[in-house]
Each structure stands twice: as structure tokens, then as C-alpha cells.
Design a binder for this molecule. Sequence first.
Ligand SMILES: Nc1nc2c(ncn2[C@@H]2O[C@H](COP(=O)(O)OP(=O)(O)OP(=O)(O)O)[C@@H](O)[C@H]2O)c(=O)[nH]1
Ligand SMILES: [Mg+2]
Length: 423
Amino acid sequence: MKKTHQVKEKMRAILVDVIDSRTPKADAEKRLIEMENLVNTYGGIVVMKAIQKRGMPDYDTYIGKGKLDEIIKMGEEIGADILIINNILKPKQVFNIDEALVKVNMKSWDRVDLILKIFDKHATTTEAKLQIELAAIKHMGPRIYNMGIDLSQQAGARGTLGGSGETNIEIMKRHLQGHQLTLLKKLEHYELINKGHRDRRKRQNFQSVAIVGYTNAGKSSLLNALTGKELYIADELFATLDTRVAKIYIPPETHSEDGTYIPGREIMLSDTIGFIQDLPPDLIQAFKSTLAEAISADLILHTIDINDPDVFEKIDVVEDILKQLGLQDRKKMYVFNKVDLLAHRIVFEDEEQVPEMKREGGLVKAGAYASHMLGWTDHKKHSAAAKLVLDLKKKYKEFQPIFVSAHQKVNLEKLIKAIDKVV
Ligand SMILES: Nc1nc2c(ncn2[C@@H]2O[C@H](COP(=O)(O)OP(=O)(O)OP(=O)(O)O)[C@@H](O)[C@H]2O)c(=O)[nH]1
Ligand SMILES: [Mg+2]
């Protein structure tokens, strides 16, 4: 059969996650699922996955020689291209693993490699590309300094490098350090431009609100819904790598009692890169310039996918990263998004402002049983959703939790009012 076009085969990956003996099985499985999502986002498929319990990672190969042999055998049988380990490995371990894998035409990545590859694929602006390059040097540099035999041989073979008494690795190291400085300089330039923009907005008295949250929570969707922008939205992890800023318009208001007129105003809203668990500090550091918008915001909208089975853990991950960015004490509001996927007619029984509910009027008030009879949704799901909302409301009371749907535009007006009140 004649091929009309070349179809590029998807990268076939074997995943291994090394966990300690205290990690519960369910958590380990969730980690693997997230990792598989990352691989799919990159455009690969997972052909095998394994969880490995170890008291301590193996000194030479992290996963241990037995496991590595097993993977080599499996990899050859099922035709895998790559072994991805869901941990952060030492340069020496990566080197040893790659050396063993080369005979079956495979290579290895650790968690940071995988995240960097996705970043690289999604980056569109020069600034994002520079930040990724910087993060990559920080991550890969030590591998080259310590183990860069391949590279140094190549450099040597070209015959252009190599001075008296200086090894090729030292030259490579110097080269990378120089390059890192160049990148930092270029990034500084962007930071200055961004700072200029921020300062101007401050002078014009714009208040700024930053949307942050776990990757895929719906941050870009929320910004679009609130501002009418059309940012890139995708059911992938790390769809956004840059900061985008847009205005929300707060309409003027006349007080019903005393007739005072409050003029309308505009607030700057920014969207940025999503967070993920085990995000290495180096990566956060490299993205400081992009995150600067969030760092200087008057209010942080922590956006959360309410349907996430790990909603509480993901909130903690984001809070932890906010802390690393020095933002633990910033004014914060929690926005639980994607309520359209919940059985929200019942969830909002105590809130009369949901547009859909208004239309259904008295029926809603009839409660869970009636809606079950009407075949709206299953009763159990309703009560679970209602309980979840109550739990979230109680636990995060201080952050004025608000429940919205960026897709269905549920509760957005309430959100805008709440923002208006706070900033
Ligand atoms: N059902 C439903 N889906 C939503 C809603 N908001 C966003 N989504 C979907 O969730 C996915 C992620 O949305 P994005 O807006 O790209 O999420 P993000 O937080 O910006 O993600 P990253 O930039 O990748 O970190 C997309 O498939 C959206 O269509 C919502 O209110 N309801
Ligand atoms: Mg986004």
C-alpha cells in the first residue's frame, strides 16, 4: 500500500514511580495517573507502568538493577522508546540508566525532563522559551559537568575546543555558565519591560488580581469568561506558560437606599502557568519573571477544579508553591471551578443567584428527592456533591470560597462583585 504521508509514531513510554514504604497504594496510583497525563500531554503513550516500593533509592540506578533489567527485557518485548522515572534523579543515576538502556535503543527521562519537554512544546513567546532554556541548563548542566563524556568527545572530535591542560568538560561547563548568564541578562530585560507595564498600571491606579492554581484547573477559561479574551484553553497540562493580562470591567452602581452613585472601574486580571506537585524549585526560580505578575498582585484568585478527586491535596500543593514564592500572606480568594460537572442544582440550594436555578424556581426548593424523581441526576451524587461543597465552604471559610463554572458562566457576576469588594 502506498503511503500518502508519513505518520510519526507516538513515543512509547514505560513509567516507573519509586515510592517509599509509607506512601499508600492509592496515592501511588494517583501519582502514576498524573504522570500518564503528562506523557499524553507531551504526545506520547504509556505502554507499561510500575510502582516500586523502596526504603531508599538505589545509589547507582535509582530504581535498582533488578528493576532496570526487567525494564530492559520488557522494553524490548513491547517496543518502548523511553523509560520515564517519576522522581528527580542524580546525574550519575541518569548516566548509568542510559548506558544500560542503549542496547535496546531506549533512553531515560526523570520527572523534570518530562515537564521541561512539555514546557518546551507549549512555549510560544521568546520570554517563555528563554525561561525554559534556563531551567533546562540548571537541570541538565550538572549531568554534563559530571558525566558529559559524550558531549566532551564530540567537542573534542570537532577539534575546535581544548586548550592546554583544560579538559573538554571544563570547557563545556564554562560555555554553559556563560550561556546561562546571557539567558539571565535577556530575561532581566523582559523583567524590566514587564515591571514597566506593572508600574504604569499602578500609577493609573489599576488594582491587579492574579489567577493561580493547579494545572488544568481552568484558569485560562476563567480569565476568558471574565474578560471576553480568547486565550488558549486545552485539556492538557501546562497549556499556558506565559502571563496574560486582561481587564475586567466593574459596572457602575447606584445605591438603592441613598442613591449614591459609584462609578464603574477596571481591574487587571492575569493568568499564568499552572502548578503541579513536586515542581522542582529550579523550575519555579526560572519562571520568576513570568510569575512576577502574580507576585505583585493585590489579590490572588486560587482557582480549583472542584471535580478533582484530590481537591484537598491539590490545594495544598498550590499553597506550598505560593509559600515558596513568598505569597503566603497575600489576600486570597478560593474559586472552585467546573461546578457544571457537579450536580449543582442541589449544591446551590442555599444560594439563589445561580441563573439556571432561577429558571427552575420552586422546583429547586423541593430538594434532592424531587430532583431525583424528575430524573435530573442521581440522588447519591447530589448528596456527595452537596457535602463536598459544604466541607469546602467550612474548611476554606477565610478565603471566601465561591463556586463557579467558567464554561456555563455560573456565578461569575458574584465573583466579580466579590473581587470588587476585596480590591
Ligand atoms: N466542564 C467544565 N470544563 C472546564 C471549565 N473550565 C475549564 N474547563 C476545561 O478544563 C480544561 C482546562 O482548562 P484551561 O482553562 O486550559 O485550564 P488552565 O488552568 O488554564 O490549564 P493550564 O494552563 O494547562 O495550567 C479544558 O479542557 C477546559 O475546557 C468549566 O467551568 N467547566
Ligand atoms: Mg491555562
